[in-house]
Write a protein that binds this ligand. Sequence first.
Ligand code: MN
Length: 211
Amino acid sequence: MPYEVAPLPYAYNALEPNIDELTMHLHHDRHYAGYVNNLNTAVEKHPELFRMSIADLLRNINTIPEDIRTAVRNQGGGAANHNLFFDIMGPNAGGQPTGPLADAINRTFSSFDQFKTQFSSTAAGIFGSGWAWLTVDPSGAITLESTPNQDNPLMSGRIPFFGLDVWEHAYYLKYYNVRADYIRNWWNVVNWANVARRYEAALKGEFLYIV
Ligand code: MN
């Protein structure tokens, strides 16, 4: 079965003024959908792999047939990363997490404000295209990390549950080259309830691909 594009779970203009409607159309309908379609085209060369979830393709990237390994890494990574990204944003969002996720962030970074500063700095410092993440490692600890391009931390044995896309396609139409302003405003659209759901899943070893 081919991999699916998750519909955007809110209106394309719902994140205005922090993220503009045209960017959301292009980002979801062309970039994200493009990654999923290109992943399907690659996996059609080895259709038995359709039995695996996108997360399992990425976890096992080194065993994927060599002729499609780079495509699965880039397009499968792009599919998984954007599925997470659109899910952890929403209207009437922002603020701070609560419950076990808040406790884990406070334990790891001392405070939410310290976490926000460190995460923003990591995202701002990525050279070129990539992602900033919070991941869960096999011990259950939280790590702040970044990946280049569409690489996903699943390829390194950690499960991402929170991530920020700093490819220029995510912000250039509104923010031009000022990535720092995009990052500052992005916190206003974070849906912490959905981040918490992904954190709970990650603690159980699961990466959610929600369609
Ligand atoms: Mn993107």
